[in-house]
Design a protein around this ligand. Structure first.
Ligand code: PMP
Length: 394
């Protein structure tokens, strides 16, 4: 009899050989490292006001939400959060989900379905990809950075519902989707445009309202925005923003809303407090962009040959090539006091493994000086010498 689990060892070995094994490394409560790996773009996750928002909500409403949003899992705080998010983004209505992942699952499946066409960007986040698969719609993968390609797919789409899905800000390289042009194509072809603004909320647009707001599209009835509360807002959870008709439909039909326990009060309270901090301190968005520019300048000076681009959002990608090299660079950064993100296939295409440095609004001058020093020490030898030999100090 074959061992039913034997294939797990074989798969793990193949991943190890390709440098693609993933390891969980729990953080200490307070890490001595300068953090350029998290998604805490506005530095709000540990802001005392945001932490207090979580604590106060827990004291009032309990540790868990106790049920589905449709049964006992909706508190007054959830409604307040939906109103505040809609206010910031400039959308007519919002619906809070337990994560950005479930928000995408719910929105895409409920707005498409059997007989529909979902046009998905080639680089769409995994949650949009999974949502499209789950929807039972026909899925067409194309480049949303080229609206004419989307137009061509929609022209051939036949009858039925049409939904175009894309990240607003690319989660890996910060590329911006051409939303105005995409929306024009969608409108002309009778498609809904769904934009995942996970990396645009708090980062792009007026007061951090997001990329959809920056494009002036947040109030359009045929535009749906999804967000996560886990990045710039320093909490956890997700939301869909759109017209009242769309939101009412999701309450009726989005399975990841109906059959999931409501977001925990602590997360709701923290997100509400974070939105209030952002309202009082809108320059956090500017501080984030200044920090991202400084990190990019350091990476460019350390390794001019790597073609580090000007950042459009919080992330600064430094493409190194093979997975082993990116892992070695990440480990060398950590040994020198800098936590850097490391992206390998399947998160990025083969041959483009990289460091992903994410700036934060609360990086100090000392932090940025350390970043400059470490990148110089780690990246310098890579570009100076063998890019493929893994010759990284540390
Ligand atoms: N969309 C994008 C573009 C993301 O980067 C993420 C988080 N990695 C998500 C959705 C999922 O959000 P959450 O972590 O809140 O589930």
């Amino acid at each position: 009899m074959d061992d039913p689990l034997g294939w797990l060892d074989t798969t793990a070995e193949a991943r190890r050989a390709a440098g693609l094994r993933r390891v969980l490394s729990p953080r200490d409560v307070v890490e001595p490292l300068v953090d350029l790996a998290s998604n805490d773009y506005l530095g709000l996750a540990r802001d005392p006001r945001v932490v207090e928002g979580a604590v106060a909500a827990t004291r009032t409403w309990g540790a868990g939400s106790t049920g589905s949003r449709l049964v006992t899992g909706s508190t007054r705080l959830h409604a307040d959060l939906e109103e505040s998010l809609a206010d910031l983004v400039g959308a007519p209505a919002a619906l809070v989900f337990s994560s950005g992942y479930t928000a995408n699952l719910g929105a895409v499946t409920a707005l498409s379905g059997r007989g529909a066409v979902v046009v998905s960007d080639v680089a769409a986040h995994a949650s949009l990809v999974d949502a499209a698969r789950l929807s039972r719609a026909r899925v067409a993968v194309t480049r949303c950075s080229r609206p004419a390609d989307v137009d061509a797919v929609l022209a051939d789409a036949g009858e039925g519902r049409r939904l175009v899905v894309t990240d607003g800000v690319d989660s890996v390289d910060g590329g911006l989707a051409p939303l105005t042009e995409l929306h024009a194509v969608c409108r002309a072809r009778g498609a809904i445009l769904l934009v995942d603004d996970a990396h645009g909320l708090g980062v792009r647009g007026p007061g951090g309202a997001g990329l959809v707001a920056e494009a002036g599209l947040a109030g359009e009835p045929d535009v749906v925005t999804t967000v996560t509360l886990s990045k710039s807002l320093g909490s956890q959870g997700g939301a869909v923003l759109g017209s009242p008709t769309v939101i009412a439909h999701l309450v009726d039909a989005a399975r990841s809303f109906i059959f999931d326990t409501g977001l925990a009060p602590a997360c709701v309270g923290a997100a509400l407090a974070a939105l209030e901090v952002l309202r009082l301190e809108p320059d956090r968005v500017g501080a984030l962009h200044r920090a991202a520019a400084a990190v990019a300048a350091s990476a460019r000076a350390a390794a001019p040959g790597l073609g580090v681009a000007d950042p459009t959002a919080a992330m600064v990608p430094v493409v190194l090539g093979e997975p082993d090299l990116a892992v070695a660079a990440r480990d060398a950064c950590a040994a020198a006091g800098l936590r850097a993100g490391c992206f390998r296939p399947p998160s990025v295409p083969e041959g483009t493994s990289r460091l992903r440095l994410t700036a934060r609004a609360d990086l100090t001058a000392d932090d940025l000086a350390l970043v400059d020093r470490v990148l110089h020490d780690v990246l310098g030898p890579i570009v100076g010498g063998s890019r493929s030999s893994g010759a990284v100090p540390g």
